[in-house]
Design a protein around this ligand. Structure first.
Ligand code: ATP
Length: 357
């Protein structure tokens, strides 16, 4: 364990984000009080209420302020009163681009047979990581509109791919694979149609792979990858892919792991402050009802702990989440009747038991 207290910025955000992060904070506090973690957290009130009151979702210089932290934990941003997501974009895209969080990582495991949506596959075969390029590709925002509102209207949306961007995400994928037992990276692209971008991805993939002779590599087109994720997810270990394909495939993969209530994500820049958040949004339909599943946020905190150098705590947290689901202490999204607070308490108890063992 590192000696200096680690500083964690906590942004609960909106809707169920606040409810699930409250559970994570109780858990983190219990772990800290038990002497297992030397850390401080600072909660920031960025989000919809602040935006509606001031026109700004965060104070000026807010993103810069985050650089001084060891990690950032986020709940969710989204509010029906702000239909264009302006406040969420300020915060989430601000972090992604200004902090250059170029890796979006989704780790997908299915803990329990009853959460497995596939008939032909066992839960234990679902264990994969999707490494999505997070800063360029088709989502880089390049393009424009001509003759808007006329019959001659033209919209252009460009896919921008850089050697630097592709190389660093592929290298990160191989590093992740090297730390996993199966040591395999699958490149997913659409090089048969998107030829120019595809050629750069494929050539770079081959060159970076040569630096990792101990890691197996293969390749699938994005449409085949979607099919294979459902047909035979066991063939995947680490998947590396462009922003748009990663967006779509990682939601598909989240379903294999038991759905949004369990899906965790990390937005990383190795060696710099990185951000951890559940995959789900603010879910206004269930906000305030005590129905939100806190386990995706808890699992995101597990990814955070692993990233800031506490693998044993992260393992204990994974085991605590698994035990909570196995003991059927779950919210309605997983077929249970328990409240957010009851699930939070159960996972906290199991975490402390793990740490005693
Ligand atoms: P946003 O607009 O902020 O993305 P959303 O409601 O459109 O929010 P999500 O919150 O990602 O999208 O999820 C869609 C639905 O899935 C929610 O409306 C909710 O019913 C359900 N859901 C999402 N997360 C959870 C959770 N943690 N626990 C229980 N149900 C959830």
């Amino acid at each position: 364990m590192s000696a200096h207290p680690q500083r964690i910025a906590v942004l609960p955000g909106d809707g169920i984000g606040r409810e699930v992060i409250a559970e994570v904070m109780q858990l983190a506090e219990a772990v800290r009080r038990g002497g297992h973690l030397v850390a401080t957290w600072e909660e920031l009130d960025w989000g919809a209420e602040r935006y509606l009151a001031t026109g700004q979702a965060m104070p000026s210089g807010g993103i810069e302020y985050l650089r001084d932290f060891d990690a950032i934990l986020v709940g969710a941003f989204g509010d029906p009163r702000i239909p264009d997501f302006a406040h969420a974009r300020q915060i989430l895209l601000g972090m992604r681009f200004e902090l250059d969080l170029f890796i979006n990582l989704r780790s997908v495991r299915c803990f329990e047979e009853r959460l497995n949506p596939l008939k032909s596959v066992q839960a234990r075969d679902i264990d994969l990581v999707i490494v999505r390029e997070n800063t360029e590709g088709l989502y880089c925002g390049a393009g424009g509109t001509l003759h808007a509102g006329t019959p001659h209207e033209v919209a252009v949306q460009e896919m921008i791919v850089t050697r630097m961007g592709v190389e660093r995400i592929i290298r990160a994928a191989f590093e992740f694979a090297r730390a996993r037992p199966r040591r395999k990276v699958t490149l997913v692209d659409k090089a048969n149609v998107l030829r120019f971008a595809g050629e750069l991805w494929q050539r770079t993939f081959g060159e970076v792979a040569a630096e990792f002779p101990d890691v197996a590599k293969d390749h699938l087109y994005a449409d085949t990858a979607a099919m294979e994720l459902v047909r035979n997810p066991g063939r995947f270990d680490v998947v590396v892919t462009e922003n748009l394909f990663g967006d779509v495939l990682s939601d598909l993969a989240a379903t294999l792991g038991g759905g949004l209530g369990l899906a965790a994500s990390a937005n990383l820049h190795p060696g710099r402050v990185s951000m951890f958040a559940p995959v789900h949004g603010s879910a206004p339909d269930i906000a305030g009802a005590g129905r939100a599943n806190p386990l995706a946020a808890v699992a995101s905190f597990g990814l955070l702990l692993r990233h800031v150098g506490h693998p044993a705590l992260a393992d204990a947290l994974d085991a605590a989440v698994t035990a909570t689901v196995r003991d059927d202490i779950v919210t309605p999204d997983l077929g249970g009747k328990r409240t957010t607070a009851e699930v939070g308490e159960a996972v906290r108890e199991r975490m402390l038991e793990q740490l005693k063992a």
